[in-house]
Ligand binder design. Structure first.
Ligand code: KMH
Ligand code: ZN
Length: 284
């Protein structure tokens, strides 16, 4: 597919919010949503201003990252009860999470889950994603009807995605959706040139979103919109809104992304439009 061929869904924009992540400490970022009430309230605010999907990392009582299955199930249920958002759980967790806990996330039966396509240096840490583990995630998601979002931290991981699809077939729903996570120290740069280089490696007919970590947030957003891509924003990826200005809340980031999507004449897609586009079964 050439960069100028319209991708599916490019009349509108999927706006995904990643409100929490596993990296920021509540003590350093007091407005980070960490309790279930805070998460649901953030989710509702973000849906109101254009988000259609939520990428969820949860925290424990101690505000630290958690993959507790009971809490994950409660989170999926609460987000479904209180919003119409497509609920995507992170299977990436924190860099310290063991593989079996990351696989167990799928037992919470979200609509979608992330599936990172390879190992990458992650700041001073290593985000480990062995090939056999990636294949296991892909297979288990397909068995459960959970739609993967293939998370790409470096360009070679797109080559691995082709290998995965060639060897193990299409995911649940039959559609491929990719998220470029750009600007992580250790991963690909968050700039237009790198996003353009990714375009020819993204499988034909796939949708892709992009997020730029830290100060690459805005350049990546603009580059993705111009290339027919979709957007992920949120405090998982950036806690500064502008130079010297902290993010007020996740809805502020979503509102800016939705505004840019409208300016690009690709307004935010509704959650139901996104379900149809990426092959998520209607819940309930
Ligand atoms: N927290 C990072 C180590 C994902 O959600 O799948 C991994 C991450 C990717 O955020
Ligand atoms: Zn994540």
């Amino acid at each position: 597919m050439s960069a100028s061929t319209p991708r599916p869904g490019s009349h509108g924009t999927i706006v995904t919010v990643a409100p929490t992540g596993a990296e920021h400490a509540k003590a350093d970022v007091p407005n980070l949503p960490v309790t279930l009430d805070e998460l649901v309230s953030t989710a509702k605010d973000c849906e109101r201003v254009g988000a259609a999907m939520i990428h969820v990392h949860i925290r424990g009582e101690d505000t630290k990252p958690s993959l507790d299955l009971g809490r994950l199930k409660d989170t999926v249920a609460a987000l479904r009860a209180e919003t119409n958002l497509v609920v995507q759980l992170s299977s990436g967790g924190a860099v310290t999470d063991p593989e079996e806990h990351r696989l167990r996330v799928l037992e919470a039966m979200p609509d979608s889950a992330s599936c990172t396509m390879g190992t990458v240096n992650f700041g001073d840490d290593v985000f480990m994603n062995r090939w056999e583990f990636v294949v296991e995630l892909h297979k288990r998601m397909r068995e459960r009807g959970i739609v993967p979002e293939y998370e790409i931290f470096d360009l070679g991981q797109l080559t691995s995605l082709h290998r995965l699809l060639d060897k193990h077939g299409l995911p649940a729903g039959g559609h491929v959706h990719v998220d470029l996570v750009m600007g992580v120290p250790g991963g690909m740069a968050g700039d237009t040139e790198t996003l353009a280089a990714a375009l020819r490696l993204i499988p034909e007919g796939a949708t892709f979103s992009a997020t730029g970590v830290g100060r690459s947030s805005i350049p990546v957003m603009l580059a993705s919109l111009s290339a027919g891509g979709h957007l992920r924003v949120g405090m998982e990826d950036t806690i500064s809104y502008a130079r010297g200005e902290r993010v007020k809340d996740n809805a502020q980031l979503v509102a800016r992304a939705s505004g840019l999507a409208r300016i690009a004449q690709r307004p935010p897609l509704s959650p139901d439009e996104v379900r149809k586009l990426i092959g998520v079964q209607q819940s309930g």
